[in-house]
Design a protein around this ligand. Sequence first.
Ligand code: SAM
Ligand code: DTB
Ligand code: SF4
Length: 367
Amino acid sequence: MTDNKTWTREEILTIYNKPLMELIYDAAQVHRLHHDPLKIQVSKLISIKTGGCPEDCGYCPQAARYHTNIEKNNLMPVDEVLAKAEAAKATGSSRVCMGAAWRNVQDGEDFDQVIEMVKGLSAMNMEICCTLGMVTENQATRLAEAGLHYYNHNIDTSEEYYKEVISTRGFNDRIKTLENVRKSSLKVCSGGIIGMGETVNDRIGMLMGLLKLSSAPESIPINALVPVEGTPLEEQEIVPIWDVIRMIATTRIVFPKSTVRLSAGRMQMSKEGQALCFMAGASSIFAGDKLLTTPNPGDNEDMQLFNLLGLTPTEKIKDNTGKVKIRKDQPILETVTDEKWSRPSHIIERNIKATEKGKELRKKLKQ
Ligand code: SAM
Ligand code: DTB
Ligand code: SF4
């Protein structure tokens, strides 16, 4: 995936800091070697279980402890998911990503229902991705067997800055899940968020974190923070578009073959800014007027943008080989392998402040 080149932190930093015009030109050249620059994969996000999450991710409106203005929902019925996917396919999506606000997947009825969703979607000739929190190897294998192609699990930022954003799990839990996914023969989707107050070194650290995985992710989402009222990061300034372009271009050069996804934050980006992201190597967007809980440019706006730029949605999935081939030495275990996830519980002042504010607001609303 990385053309077997070994990158040093210094080399990546040098790329990130190149004069912007040079950086975009270099990234565009790498992009053309491995991808059709006129095709963008349009992906539909479906929030199959919204809100009420026990984690304390400082950026996330779905964490139960913060008071945010989102509509919470229990697990969506299978039929509803399939109908949403059909509708998205009709408007140009060739990929579906199902997201659940879970800390980790738990074996039982809900997971069985997700397996049914994957089976239903796999008959639709669309690429399928899930993001359900931490998973064991056994759970990842069950998903692969049901027809899932990718599992999304972002490392989000550098290992050092991770401790400033999340206290309910450690960076190593993320790595462990990604390795479980890799062993199951699913493809890995993992990237991060910029604009959370991290330094440029943390952004490079995030890419170094991805390089340290046993093999590079086939898919790398780059999210620009959407600062949501009630979350600890509500007051973060919108990250400059120039930083988004730099991050996308650097990711493209370091991971030439991966799909780089221009993910959250497009509402805060101009058309010109997004065009430069495509030029710099982004080859996928999320479609529709909602991401999981926050607004996104709708289909009409995106079609206008595609027409302006001469882009078209990727029609077919690249590797519709049907079910992922399960390695013979990885049988689906009857007994559940219990993974021990960590709970570091260190103190993050801004997370505690937002939690307290959430408690107060809920108390007031009850009165
Ligand atoms: N619970 C699962 C997990 O944490 O992996 C899946 C859902 S979670 C919402 C998926 C990803 O969305 C996060 O890893 C993060 O990168 C991104 N995300 C969440 N809130 C965001 C925000 N406000 N702005 C930008 N990206 C965000
Ligand atoms: C990813 O990296 N970004 C998407 C997808 N993978 C699951 C999610 C973005 C969520 C933005 C905040 C929200 O809408 O709740
Ligand atoms: Fe929960 Fe995922 Fe949101 Fe973290 S990012 S609070 S784990 S839904």
